[in-house]
Design a binder for this molecule. Structure first.
Ligand code: 13P
Ligand code: SF4
Length: 376
């Protein structure tokens, strides 16, 4: 195991939680929430199940939730209903007296696991052998470990999310203000799709971008390609969003010629090119809200969000572009039994599943997160 890929193990829940009825669990969660009052804040990412989202004090995309965590100084306990990297970021951004908890420690993110500190450090060293490393800006997607955010903080880069990748890349490369450029080249990890889609949005072409394969020498590239590329895109992806294919868009358009296609930027570029709108989960929500009653909207993102949008807008037809449905299996791990177990622990005076980032890592990661928050 690499030093950055630590094993996390969720202890099995006591029988009560796994055999309780939804009503019993709701009674338990509601009771604990009342007792804990404003000392508790429950944050819910848009991909969470309804049985969890029903209890969230605030919902959001990964950027919105990181802002909420950074701005809130009241809550003593922050229960993060999302995945591990989000809870880590919340711990980095909250004050020392605030405790962040993740209801199921196994709620990771397969994309975040595609880049670890060892392989990013190796990539950095290889790059330094062929290019002026002082002119390379590392940018990490929020979907990454705190160790990678710290690496980025220490090397002059910033974090980005799906809602601000464009602004962060513009900042890194000084688009609009060349004199303020942080460098001439970006190493972007771990999602090649978000990097590529954003690169195209900024006017770069295929020849300006190359995929960096961490398993191959020099990322599988020759020296000339490294030197000639502005964006080096880590070979990572989201298995949920990569499932959406152009054929899904074609089938939707054939059935609904006037329909609206909304996709998340973790989808492949061929799919993004065919969409009417591309954006973060928050952006997708706003676009559905703005759509005319009676419209049909095909959405390429996680199914819990698509189903919630459909339920909340009965006067519009909101469907998933992939008829085979694509849940995020790690977001799905957070459920009412785990939430009840965490809150019962707090009522009993026990903090369960605390997520902590060690102080040195947190300091550097905070730098990278705060640079992002200052850009947008
Ligand atoms: P958002 O930044 O849109 O919340 O997306 C996070 C995520 O994990 C998408 O797969
Ligand atoms: Fe990670 Fe994809 Fe799940 Fe988002 S949807 S948490 S990127 S695996």
């Amino acid at each position: 195991m690499t030093k950055s890929a630590r094993l996390r193990l969720q202890v099995p829940l006591p029988d009560f939680y796994t055999s309780a009825s939804p009503e019993e669990l709701a009674g338990r969660i509601g009771g604990a929430r009342r007792r804990l009052g404003s000392r508790l804040m429950i944050l819910g990412h848009h991909y969470q199940r309804d049985e969890v989202m029903a209890w969230a004090d605030a919902r959001g995309d990964s950027f919105g939730l990181s802002r909420l965590a950074a701005d809130n100084r009241e809550a003593e306990w922050i229960v993060f209903c999302g995945v591990h990297f989000m809870a880590e970021s919340a711990d980095v951004l909250t004050a020392g007296h605030q405790v962040v908890m993740l209801p199921d420690l196994n709620a990771g993110c397969s994309m975040a696991d595609m880049a670890d500190l060892d392989s990013v450090e190796e990539a950095w060293e290889s790059l330094a052998g062929v290019t002026d490393i002082e002119r390379v800006v590392p940018v990490t997607y929020m979907n990454s470990s705190a160790a990678l955010k710290a690496f980025v903080g220490d090397h002059g880069g910033a974090v980005c999310t799906s809602s601000n990748a464009r602004a962060v890349l513009s900042w890194a490369l000084g688009l609009g203000d060349r004199a303020a450029a942080r460098g001439d080249k970006v190493l972007f990890f771990p999602d090649q799709h978000l990097g590529r889609n954003t690169g195209y949005q900024l006017g770069y072409g295929a020849a300006d971008m190359a995929v960096w394969d961490p398993r191959a020498d020099l990322g599988g590239l020759d020296e000339a390609t490294v030197k000639g590329s502005t964006l080096l895109l880590w070979k990572g992806h989201c298995s949920v969003h990569q499932r959406f294919r152009p054929a899904h868009v074609e089938a939707f358009r054939a059935d609904h010629p006037d329909g609206l296609v909304l996709v998340h930027p973790e989808c492949a570029h061929e799919v993004v090119e065919m969409a009417d709108q591309v954006g973060s989960t928050d952006h997708i929500i706003r676009m559905v809200e703005a759509a005319a009653p009676g419209s049909t909207i095909g959405v390429a993102t996680e199914i819990h969000l698509v189903n919630r949008l459909a339920a909340e807008h009965p006067d519009r037809s909101v469907v998933c572009l992939d008829p085979l449905v694509c849940p995020c299996s790690t977001m799905f791990r957070i459920d009412a039994p785990h939430l009840a177990w965490i809150l019962d622990g707090l009522v009993e005076g026990e903090v369960r599943n605390r997520i902590t980032v060690d102080p040195a890592t947190a300091r550097s990661a905070r730098l990278a997160l705060e640079r992002m928050l200052a850009i947008v």
